[in-house]
Design a protein around this ligand. Sequence first.
Ligand code: ARG
Length: 590
Amino acid sequence: MKKLLDLISEEIKDAFEAAGYERELGKVTLSNRPDLCEYQCNGAMAAAKKYKKAPIMIANDVAAKLSGSKIYEKAEAVAPGFLNLTLKGDFVGNFIKGMRAEEKYGFEETKNPLEIIIDYGGANIAKPLHVGHLRTAIIGESIKRIARYAGHHVIGDVHLGDWGQPMGLVINELRQRKPELVYFDENYTGEYPTEPPFTIAELEEIYPYASKRSKEDEEYKADAMACTYKLQSGVRGYRALWQHIFNVSVTDLKKNYGNLDVEFDLWNGESTVHDLIPDMVDYMKKGGYAYISEGALVVDVKEDTDTKEVPPCMILKSDGAALYNTTDLATIMMRMEQNKPDRIIYLTDKRQELYFEQVFRCARKTKLVKEETRLQFLGCGTMNGADGKPFKTRDGGVMRLENLIKEVNAEMLEKIKQNRDVSNDEAVQTAQVVGLAALKYGDLSNQASKDYIFDIDRFTSFEGDTGPYILYTIVRIKSILKKYAEKGGDVEAVKNNINAPANESEKQLMLALAKYNSSIEAAYDETAPHKVCAYIYELANAFNHFYHETKILDEGDEQRKAGWIALLALTRDVLETAISLLGFSAPDRM
Ligand code: ARG
């Protein structure tokens, strides 16, 4: 289905042409003065120079051609040369009726589905998820859902940090604490136990302890590095122990991501590509891309146009060890073989921007990807506390994601109880659903690359640009539809009966709804879920305005009432679809 702005531009373009001017001048935009008109066209201003005529004369010529328009109620030329445009109610009603008739409300799936991999989440094994992981998880999940909705084939990969120095730290510390474990007996040839020799709680205590100690104790650090080396070179007991660390961690991560409604198709990580590295290194050497510099193997990636220093991409350290980017490059190679992606989108903290620039350049230069493969980095801004610094716990520590969710849910529970008399069980359940929306919307409504302040009071508020406000609006609609049904109405039966708008606020609601396809398209094209947020916030406002102005259920004219019910049902469906693209859902009551 055509986008409303394109559709209504057509007629203005026709009018420009009919009046003897260039067609493309007839582009319509939203009005800058909603008090005067709904849309405007500034084409006459642009034409003035070309046709050496006063803009108002051109605008008058065009307006004259629009006198019998089926679309425009009003098309007025105003000084100095704008066209002020207002649509006819039945045209708008028909457009909305058309939206209702389409599966995706007028949004069209792509005709050329791409193979897309989204690399997001980026959790690290043996470390709990903390607030720093929140944004990439939430935004990545939404981008994945939007791309799928647009008809692309999308794979989400968590790309775990599971192979580097932290692994050595954990294994080394385990060896110090429990040297008797069979994993450390190098003469052992039997099978290893299937039960892990630690719990997730122990694991989470071990890593920070070991990490801290390695910074203070050189010998300890050297031991840990030796452990990393042994693990990576395939010592059996170390690999078996690593597998336990991996399993225990992943079970816990799945639970935590699950609580966020974030789901990955692949649980690959740095370790997945370990065995591919030697071949890749060979290939890079043979191709003449990689060379030895101060003992390390590097690929130059600087370009003539660089204004800042872009260091070479190091493939192997002088001791032969692989690095973070080695695993990223090998992962690109593996993905190109297994999935042949047209596009890979990476989400991390924006501080990794230069790093990804190096990796992308290296992948292109070494032809690991095809020329047309799009590699895209989306750097996320930081979630800050009220002081404008990265969000911390009250005692200044890094906040675990689990605890952040708990805090939001607790605050939400308070507000829900204040709002309404409700059983404790129901309130707790509702608080979880609404709390997730508060957290996710609070994050997603900000542009990904921008920092924002986590303000629990604002995020959980039922008013303003918040998740709970959107859900509240949906719940309000659901409750009206329920009452209509209780009084004998049949929502399903009337849902296509959309009429021309009966009043101004209804028309405004329709015009807000009508932006659905263009908003979702922009969100996909620009990899920008915040555009979905902006759309639903405007729509929720337009709905609430209509609701306050209109006595829907008391309306005596049954046909008019049915039309309103149909409009409500469509608004609900559109809002619920949009929030599912953002990665949360609405309760039936709240
Ligand atoms: N584990 C990494 C970190 O904590 C993020 C991984 C991002 N993805 C990637 N392909 N490098 O910083």
